[in-house]
Design a binder for this molecule. Sequence first.
Ligand SMILES: [Zn+2]
Ligand SMILES: [Zn+2]
Length: 292
Amino acid sequence: MTAIGDERLMLPVSRNDLLPKGKRDRTLFIIMLIMVPVVFVFDVFCVLPEVSNLIPVHVLGAIFVLFNIAANMLQLMWSQPSARELSPGVLPSVLMPNWFYCHECHLNVPPRSYHCRVCDACILKQDHHCMFAGKCVAFGNQRYFVVGVFYILVGTIYSLTMHFDYTVTHHLGGYRWKLILVQLAPHLGWLFGAFDMYGFLAASLNLLEICVMLFCATLLYSQIACVLNNQTMYERKHEVKKFKHPTLEENLQEVFGEHYILVWLWPLMESKPRGDGINFVDYERLENRKSL
Ligand SMILES: [Zn+2]
Ligand SMILES: [Zn+2]
């Protein structure tokens, strides 16, 4: 099981941490667990034979995308980004400058950490709590989240392109602007008899995928902006850029690790992130000291 950052600093992952804890997180996780395989099976067995002759190529591509989504999501779920999981003695017993004491964890925690109410722990360089994985996206596991969202987006665009063609040609009788409008409101199409029950379900799936695509594209855009500026979502909102490394490579390495290109192809690739999630260079302060 993958530990965060330097494995010598971390305790093993407990069994209780393997699945999402809260009711909302569990519900969203189960929805995702059902929907992703359903879409995969529907695409491979119903849509592909109707829209393409290159079925083996499409199936291999779909398996690669599905594997990247599943493996990155599981790695994110099984990661342990909380300060509480650090080995005893890693966190100091006296409060250091810019650190704070968490009254719930009873620990001195480093800058950029945040106490997550759902995880009930202080999270190192906390970005946000991911409700689908039931885990905070933070130092050491953000790579899995970003790459996972990227592949969900790729899979959704890929699947939507095929579905749309399939729905319009097989259930709507061709590309006409009125029918495309009905596709965007499937219940109206069904009510007014534009397509049958099966067409309604296919069109509803398309609409769901359009929503997922827009959501993932927005999320990916904001995550890439955070990675390039070495920011958490909170820091991005408040325009804090003092932790941004001087080079693009250093910023990429802090999230994706030393193999920051290969992690996009192989989710199981060991790639140790730059830093330890505890100590961060404040470049603004460094610059001010130099100019004095
Ligand atoms: Zn805490
Ligand atoms: Zn959390």
